[in-house]
Design a protein around this ligand. Structure first.
Ligand code: SF4
Ligand code: SF4
Length: 120
């Protein structure tokens, strides 16, 4: 995916208009059924070629709410087919064939550990 919104999201809407590729949906459109905002992994570009860092996380007022996730690349798509979603639910994905850009400087270990994008 790129980045993922966790269940500490307060549905404040600060992130949604910051996304340059409209990868974020609100709680009413969250395809996983959770009642908070959601980032489509097959749409998120990690803000590569748009900003120096993920704009959604910079705008989010909830500490640690938006974390890194695995990249939506050919090598890592298996991750998105299992139970790796925060609450054990599968990801909502509209385009399984998508190949998304990733920030190479973010390690797979930090992604798997869901390290917060913005840290104090
Ligand atoms: S990291 Fe950038 S592209 Fe991805 S959801 Fe956040 S604002 Fe959108
Ligand atoms: S800015 Fe953060 S708390 Fe607000 S809706 Fe987005 S993810 Fe949720």
């Amino acid at each position: 995916m790129a980045v993922i919104i966790g269940d500490t999201c307060i549905n404040c809407a600060a992130c949604i208009d910051e996304c340059p590729v409209e990868a974020i949906v609100d709680e009413d459109d969250n395809p996983t059924g959770e009642e908070y905002y959601y980032v489509y992994p097959d749409k998120c570009v990690e803000c590569v070629d748009h900003f120096d860092s993920p704009a959604c996380a910079e705008a989010c007022p909830t500490e640690g709410c938006i974390t890194w996730d695995m990249p939506f690349t050919a090598e890592h798509k298996d991750f998105f087919a299992g139970d790796n979603y925060i609450d054990g639910q599968p990801y909502g994905i509209e385009n399984p064939d998508a190949e998304m850009p990733m920030r190479e400087d973010i390690s797979l270990e930090d992604r798997a550990a869901r390290k917060p994008v913005v840290e104090d």
